[in-house]
Design a protein around this ligand. Structure first.
Ligand code: FES
Length: 634
């Protein structure tokens, strides 16, 4: 079979591929940043590229005809996963099809903790061996550490032993040792400082966040983030679980972790050799993929992880660019997909200490929820899917420059007031914008509680699109950065309702299994993906969390990342998470006999008691959308 050359613009990356390979596989091969939320199944419609020469590609498929508008087809836009190559060509990847340049969630709550890291450094000056004192080199070091620092039961990392004799003599028996827990992991002849750093990482399905921490002070010296480089292999955990080459996924995530680390080192002049430990959190699939553990059966009923306990691996074995003898500590998971990130959330919110029952919701492509207090905690994982990240939503996108993040609709005129990230002209709507939009559409009577758009509204904003689907125009083309109307269709509303239904179902079944009512919830901690940018009132309005007083809702940002940081600086926290992971009981939602019924009932928009919101009631009544019967609530 012949070969063809593809050049990807604007990077100018060039790749030679077999005839009949897809453009997506060529992009993956050469590392081009291209969104492929459905893992190339041709269902998400996000891998749009512009082709310079249509004769060099296969003709439009039926699926593409359904997913591309007339305008897009006229402008030579194709879906990279469904378009195969017949000849040499140039492919342009537009900004909206890229995974990069996202605003990422790094900030998390600050929970005070005693500083007590596992790594410590000591300066030693030893006597040389003599015929009267021929102790081994290692004994000489251990005896000194015992006599001078009262340290006992230590051992030495195997890699240090190899060249120990040379190092000690070159150092003229004066050197610094770094001890991690009870293992000497480094001997440095030039280092007389006590500088020690650590690296905490939150491995999200969609995002990676990394924090470089001074372990003498416990302070974050720099933080950074990146889209998870595994995304091109599938956006959700199930696609990644089923990706045939798991090593590629492991390499991709480690490369991303190293990339953040390199940036942080450059910013701070901290050297790899000064970073002795990395702690990591992530859901069970991210945990297995990062550690190179075969993950397939975590995705199959009854969803057992291969291992639950904290895993400790030498950095050199994984290729993470901290000190090669440094330790990678992956915090323990819980069960099913509920992993170390949830343990991190429970640790940092101190839910495990609470007398009162609290609810923690970590919103992401998989949303994890924990309900409980110091006596009992229940956790579940809800397949909320990537709709809030922009998948399956026509103008959905991740939080990036130009995405609409806040929306208000005038109940009289239906005019839309919006705010975009970086105040750029709007090019799409991100998760927090979609939550606002659906809540505002409900309040103003554009949709009813079933999410059905009111066709009888007399407004140019409510119309049928070219596929005859009813839609609401959020921004008209003259104000957008993409020169076309940004709309939200009946199908888009349904996708958001499905995503929130997954969370609603999870929370409702946790409440049932805990045998409490929503009124018994003392606090709701809202963590994760768009944590600090979400409008609490809108989130409650569409039923992301129960209808409780908004003052009880606390936005905690990247609480999982905070948990990883706490464990990095504290031995006690490491011990505590091990206990928490055993204590938090996992609830497999699909096993609950009420699952189907609850999920079906969740496919409407629950809203706060309308009596408490006379303005909303008035508006719903005005448009004839006030329900005759109250819909089911939490
Ligand atoms: S449609 Fe191409 S990757 Fe989803």
């Amino acid at each position: 079979m012949g070969k063809n050359i593809i050049i990807f613009q604007p990077e100018g990356k060039r790749v030679e591929i077999e005839k009949e390979d897809s453009i997506l596989s060529a992009a993956l091969k050469v590392g081009v940043d291209l969104v492929s939320i459905c893992n190339g199944k041709g269902t998400c419609g996000k891998c749009k590229v512009i082709i310079d020469n249509m004769d060099s590609v296969t003709s439009l498929t039926e699926k593409e005809s359904e997913m591309l508008s007339n305008d897009e087809r006229k402008n030579n836009i194709r879906l990279a996963c469904l378009t195969k190559v017949k000849g040499d060509l140039t492919v342009k990847v537009p900004e909206f099809s890229r995974t990069g340049k996202q605003r990422l969630q790094i900030e998390g709550i600050e929970t005070p903790i005693n500083l007590n890291p596992l790594i410590r450094k000591y300066y030693l000056e030893l006597e040389e061996p003599t015929l009267d004192d021929p102790r081994s080199d290692v004994d000489r070091i251990m005896d000194y550490l015992y006599e001078n620092f009262n340290l006992s039961n230590l051992n030495m990392d195997y890699y240090l032993l190899k060249n120990l004799a040379k190092i000690l003599r070159e150092a003229e028996w004066k050197f610094t040792v770094a001890i991690w827990q009870n293992t000497i992991i480094n001997i440095d002849i030039n280092d007389t400082t006590d500088r020690v750093f650590g690296y905490a990482v939150d491995i999200g399905t969609t995002k990676l966040a990394g924090y470089l921490i001074d372990l003498l002070t416990g302070k974050v010296v720099a933080a950074g983030s990146l889209m998870n480089p595994q995304i091109p292999y599938g956006e959700d955990v199930v696609s990644r679980l089923n990706y045939p080459d798991q090593k590629k996924l492991q390499d991709a995530v480690i490369e991303g972790i190293n990339q953040i680390l390199n940036d942080l080192k450059e910013k701070t002049a901290v050297k790899s050799e000064e970073i002795y430990e990395m702690t990591a959190v992530g859901n069970t699939i991210m945990h297995h993929l990062f550690l190179g553990i075969f993950p397939l059966y975590v995705g199959r009923s009854p969803y057992p992880p291969v291992v639950r306990e904290t895993q400790i691996v030498n950095a050199r074995n994984l290729g993470v660019k901290i000190h090669p003898n440094g330790r990678i500590v992956f915090l323990p998971t819980i069960a099913g997909f509920v992993g170390a990130d949830t343990v991190g959330v429970v640790l940092s919110t101190e839910l495990y200490k609470s007398e009162d029952i609290c609810l923690a919701i970590d919103i992401g492509t998989n949303t994890e929820v924990v309900l409980g207090n110091k006596d009992k905690m229940l956790a579940a994982s809800c397949a909320s899917g990537p709709a809030f990240e922009g998948a399956h939503i026509k103008f959905g996108m991740r939080a990036a420059s130009g995405s609409i993040e806040n929306i208000k609709i005038d109940p009289e005129t239906l005019d839309v007031e919006y705010k975009t990230i970086d105040n750029e002209p709007p090019i799409g709507i991100c998760g927090s914008g979609m939550i606002d939009l659906v809540a505002e559409m409900l309040k103003t009577g554009i949709i009813d509680v079933g999410g059905i758009i009111n066709r009888s509204l007399n407004s140019p904003r409510v119309r049928r699109n070219e596929e005859s689907i009813i839609e609401f125009v959020v921004v008209f083309s003259d104000k957008t950065g993409i020169k076309k109307d940004i709309t939200f269709s009946q199908q888009d509303v349904s996708q958001i309702i499905l995503a929130k239904a997954a969370m609603h179902t999870g929370i409702k079944l946790l409440l049932k299994n805990y045998n409490i009512k929503k009124e018994d919830i003392h606090k709701v901690y809202l963590a994760g993906a768009f944590g600090s940018h979400i409008n609490k009132e809108s989130a409650r309005m569409i039923g992301i969390f129960p209808e409780i007083d908004l003052e009880k809702v606390i936005i905690v940002g990247n609480a999982a990342g905070t948990g990883a940081r706490m464990c990095l600086v504290s031995e006690e926290a490491k011990k505590l998470v091990e206990k928490l992971s055993k204590k938090i009981r996992y609830l497999e939602l699909g096993n609950d006999p009420d699952f189907q019924k609850t999920f079906m009932n969740s496919n409407i928009i629950p809203y706060a008691d309308l009596d408490e919101f006379p303005e909303i009631s008035k508006t719903l009544k005005k448009y004839g959308n006030y329900p005759e019967q109250s819909p089911p609530k939490f």
